[in-house]
Design a protein around this ligand. Structure first.
Ligand SMILES: [Zn+2]
Ligand SMILES: [Zn+2]
Length: 401
C-alpha cells in the first residue's frame, strides 16, 4: 500500500531527471534482482560527486512508532556526513543505518523545539557508549536573547544530564561525552556557517514561533540541497533556495485534519496550520516559484487519512517533481539523476565500529567513584558467587586480572 502511495505521488511528478528505482529484469531463477525500489544501507559506495539524503524523521512532536520527528542525514561523496536536526525518536532510524558513530559527529540544528533536537540525548549518550571517539559538534542559531540560543541550550543540556555524564565518565573516556557548539546569527541571510573539505553550509532566517529558527543550504560538488526548518514561507527561502537540486520544505496537515485527527480547536488549527507552519497550498506556491529539480514536503503524519489532503492542496498550486516524505525515504542526488527509494534496514541493528580506537577510560583512582561505600555495602554476595565461575572463565580467556 505504502509503495503504491509513493508511486502515485510520483506519477504526477515524473520528469527527465527524477527516477523511481523500481523494476528491472530478473533473468535467472538463481540470479539477483537489479532494482527493488529499496536501498540496503552499507551496500553502496557513493560516487565522489553524489549526495545521499536520508529522511530519518519526518513527523511531529507527538510520538508515533511509524514516524519520528525531524531528522535528515546527508551523506556526501567525500565521506562527510551531516545530521540536520535530530528530532524525538529519530535516532532509531539513524542507528538502523549501522553507520559508525564517529562518522555522525556533526549536527546542524534548525531550532530548539523538541521535535528537532529531542533525540540529541540519544545520539550523545548512545554514540558515546557505542564507539564514538571524539566530541559531538553542534551548529545552531542564536536567539533573541542569550537564553534562547543554541549555546545556552547545549550548556544546560549537559547540566541536565550531569548524572549521566558523571557516571559514564568513571568507566569511559570523557572526551566523546563533550559537545562543542558553534552558534551563528539567526538573522544572517545566506551566511556561511560551515566551510570545509569542499562543503559549504549556509543559513537563512525562518519565521516560526519565535526568533531563532533557520533553514540550511548544503552545497557540494555543484549540487545544492536546501533543508528547510519549520517556517511560514519566507522571502529569504524564495530568494536563496532557487536552483536547488533538492528542496525540502515543511508542509503541514490541513487545518481540517488538525481538528479531525490531532484534536485541535478550529482556532488553534488555522493558526498552527497556516501561520506558524506552511499549509499545503503555501508549500505548493513556494515550490512553483523556486522550481527545484525535486521538491520534498515533510512535517506531518503521513498516512492514508492525511496524504491525499496534503497532496491535493499542493497540486492546486504546484505540478513539479515531489515527494511527501516518510521516515526511511532516501534520495541519491547527482547531476544526472535524483533517485528516490525506500530504505530496508534491520529493526535490531547493532552499533558498528569505525576505524578509530576509543580513547582509554580513566585510570583507576583518577576519578572519584560515583558509588559510595554505603551503597556498595548493599551488594548481595550470593549473586557474586553465582556468577563467579563465568567471570573467572571470561577473565582467563581475555587475560584480565
Ligand atoms: Zn518548531
Ligand atoms: Zn517542528
Amino acid at each position: 500500500m505504502r509503495a503504491l502511495q509513493y508511486l502515485l505521488t510520483g506519477f504526477f511528478a515524473l520528469s527527465a531527471s527524477v527516477v523511481f528505482a523500481a523494476g528491472g529484469v530478473v533473468d535467472s531463477p538463481t540470479g539477483t534482482a537489479p532494482d527493488r525500489y529499496a536501498y540496503y544501507p552499507g551496500t553502496e559506495a557513493l560516487k565522489k560527486d553524489e549526495i545521499r539524503l536520508i529522511a530519518c524523521g519526518t513527523g511531529l512532536p507527538a510520538a508515533r512508532r511509524d514516524q519520528a520527528a525531524t531528522c535528515f542525514l546527508a551523506e556526501l561523496g567525500n565521506g562527510d556526513k551531516f545530521l540536520f536536526d535530530v528530532g524525538t525518536g529519530s535516532m532509531a532510524n539513524v542507528a538502523a543505518l549501522m553507520i559508525p558513530y564517529d562518522f555522525l559527529d556533526k549536527v546542524f540544528l534548525t531550532h530548539l523545539h523538541t521535535d528537532h533536537w529531542g533525540d540529541l540525548a540519544t545520539l550523545w549518550a548512545g554514540g558515546w557508549t557505542a564507539g564514538r571517539t571524539k566530541p559531538l559538534r553542534v551548529w545552531g542559531p542564536t536567539g533573541a536573547t542569550d537564553d534562547m540560543g543554541t549555546a545556552y541550550a547545549i550548556d544546560h543540556f549537559l547540566k541536565a544530564y550531569n548524572w549521566d555524564a558523571i557516571t559514564r565518565n568513571f568507566v569511559l573516556s570523557a572526551e566523546p561525552g563533550q559537545i562543542t557548539v558553534k552558534e551563528f546569527d539567526y538573522k544572517a541571510v545566506n551566511a556561511v556557517v560551515y566551510q570545509e573539505n569542499g562543503v559549504t553550509i549556509r543559513s537563512l532566517p525562518a519565521i516560526h514561533a519565535g526568533d531563532g529558527p533557520v533553514s540550511f543550504i548544503l552545497e557540494y560538488a555543484g549540487l545544492k540541497v536546501v533543508i528547510g526548518g519549520d517556517t511560514f514561507p519566507n522571502r529569504w527561502f524564495i530568494e536563496h533556495a532557487t536552483d536547488a537540486d533538492l528542496a525540502i520544505h515543511e508542509t503541514f496537515l490541513t487545518p481540517t485534519d488538525l481538528v479531525r485527527l490531532y484534536g485541535q480547536s478550529p482556532g488553534q488549527a488555522i493558526g498552527v496550520g497556516t501561520q506558524i507552519h506552511t499549509s499545503p497550498q503555501a508549500f505548493g506556491k513556494v515550490m512553483s516559484t523556486i522550481k527545484p529539480r525535486h521538491a520534498v514536503g515533510y512535517h506531518f503524519f503521513n498516512e492514508q487519512a492525511t496524504h491525499d489532503n496534503v497532496l491535493l492542496g499542493i497540486r492546486q498550486v504546484y505540478s513539479g517533481p515531489l515527494s511527501l516524505a516518510v521516515d526511511n525515504m532516501v534520495w541519491n542526488i547527482s547531476k544526472e539523476a535524483i533517485v528516490e527509494r525506500m530504505i530496508v534496514s534491520p529493526d535490531q541493528a547493532w552499533a558498528v565500529n569505525g576505524p578509530n580506537k576509543p580513547p582509554a577510560p580513566p585510570a583507576p583512582g583518577t576519578i572519584p567513584d560515583p558509588i559510595s561505600d554505603y551503597i556498595k555495602e548493599g551488594r548481595w554476595q550470593p549473586a557474586e558467587e553465582a556468577q563467579a565461575p563465568m567471570v573467572d572463565e571470561f577473565k582467563k580467556e581475555n587475560n584480565l586480572n
